[in-house]
Design a protein. Structure first.
Length: 277
């Protein structure tokens, strides 16, 4: 009796990307090894995904690096996926970092707990006072193009080129919440604000999870992996820093094996459900 065909996944990763404080290759080597228990899987570089995706049941975008480094290839990938009707995980209609940083403006306007963000000189007065201000490109990632300026230098910036301005927050620590679909998996935090990627396990309480779920719900992705990055202010408030929904690094090497196994089981279940839609 013939066996049922296993789903075929094209797993997109830049195994050589030199991420600061992280090893993309180690995470993806381990994760693909675990996923092969349920799927037939091939790994490719993001520049090759458009040419290779035909014949696969889905494309899984993981640690593929900042799109700015291969924008033309990424645009071709999205166009090819739409042309073929190929499923992409995470789905390409995400409203977070997948679509640029516009969501920071949208969430500010909606009054959600996010670092206040503006993109016009005439709106600078809406920002709270701060010692310095963060200026970043709307299309930025991995701190590319980030700089810090005093208030008096903000009015002369070229806002028409797609810049965002935020007050530089004096925070106690950064914390990240990791989700598969709408299910919370684990949280990690950086106790030292100067060492973003020196992470430790974080015990999220109900208030923390209510905060994180607001952004997962806002993003309306039925399937996929999301990382909600936040900072804890000196006053104790959590503010959103980023909503990572394209290729969030998972820091799976920093969680206990039982948590890692639970995450892989949740991702496997999510992929099967995604393929069945």
């Amino acid at each position: 009796m013939p066996t049922a065909r296993r789903p075929r996944l094209l797993y997109v990763s830049d195994l050589s990307y030199p991420a600061r404080g992280r090893r993309y290759c180690d995470e993806d080597i381990d994760l693909t090894a675990r996923l092969r228990a349920e799927f037939d899987l091939a790994v490719c570089h993001p520049r090759d995904a458009a040419a290779l995706m035909e014949g696969f049941d889905a494309v899984v975008v993981r640690n593929s690096g900042p799109v700015l480094h291969y924008q033309e290839a990424y645009d071709a990938f999205r166009a090819r996926a739409a042309e073929l009707g190929t499923r992409v995980y995470n789905p390409l209609h995400g409203r977070g970092d997948m679509a640029g940083k516009q969501y920071l403006l949208d969430l500010t306007d909606a009054g959600l707990p996010v670092i206040p963000t503006v993109d016009r000189a005439e709106d600078l007065g809406l920002l709270p006072a701060a010692g310095t201000y963060a200026v970043k490109p709307k299309a930025g990632a991995d701190s590319i193009g980030l700089r810090f300026l005093p208030y008096e230098e903000l009015a002369g910036l070229a806002y028409g080129e797609g810049l965002l301005v935020q007050p530089r927050i004096d925070f106690r620590y950064e914390v990240s919440f990791y989700f598969v679909d709408d299910r919370f998996q684990y949280a990690l935090y950086a106790p030292d604000p100067a060492k973003r990627w020196e992470l430790e396990p974080y015990e999220a309480d109900e208030a923390d999870l209510r905060f994180a779920r607001r952004f997962v719900d806002w993003n309306t992705l039925d399937h996929g992996i999301q990382r909600v990055d936040a900072c804890r202010t000196r006053e104790g408030e959590l503010l959103l820093v980023e909503l990572e929904d394209l290729n969030p690094y998972l820091s799976l090497d920093l969680v206990p094996e039982a948590v890692r196994e639970r995450f892989v089981a949740a991702m496997t279940e999510s992929l099967h459900a995604f393929l069945a839609v």
